[in-house]
Design a binder for this molecule. Sequence first.
Ligand SMILES: Cc1cc2nc3c(=O)[nH]c(=O)nc-3n(C[C@H](O)[C@H](O)[C@H](O)COP(=O)(O)O)c2cc1C
Length: 196
Amino acid sequence: MTEANHRQTDKPVDTLFLERWSPRAYDGMPMPEADLMTVLDAARWAPSASNNQPWRFVYGIHGTEAFNRLANLLVDGNRRWAEKAGALVFVVSVNRTGAPGEETRRPIPTHSFDAGAAWMALALQARMLGYFAHGMAGVKQDEIPAALGFNEDMKMEAAIAIGRLGDPEALPEDLRSRETPSQRRPLSELAFEGRF
Ligand SMILES: Cc1cc2nc3c(=O)[nH]c(=O)nc-3n(C[C@H](O)[C@H](O)[C@H](O)COP(=O)(O)O)c2cc1C
């Protein structure tokens, strides 16, 4: 049994998993670069098929031109709260080994799965440093490849807002009422012995 952050489970999972959640109320303060590099480094240590490490990160710290460029690539529904994050990170995956043009290149079928593992490592390291990471699929997919200089192998996976908690009262009313940790389906609906 573990209880934390208005969440409860009957298994003895570490409280870290319950304490990670996705708030929208950030404090608008720049994230120190050393802390951002630490969370990106945690992501780098994620496992991946054949150790291909197909994740790439484009980041910007609050108050910089890079941050503004990334914030402009979020859909309005995300931008309105995420622009108060301390940093934005765009997680990109590469779907082939080697560099474009090399002959011995192979596809990486697990590129998105691997990038997902990196995001979770980032999110948990962020929480351990007192930050909160919030993933966002709501990005301007059509504009991103040109704006960020993608090569032909790159796929946009998700953006991440990272920062310290701000005052939920400062959120627009519709977001304020949703600013609470969510629950989960029971394990019995998700895990099956041997087959479905
Ligand atoms: C890949 C991914 C994309 C998401 N996209 C968005 C998004 O565009 N906007 C948003 O407000 N939340 C987004 N979320 C946050 C989820 O809604 C949230 O993780 C989920 O409701 C579970 O809540 P929790 O993270 O607080 O435990 C996204 C999360 C992930 C992992």
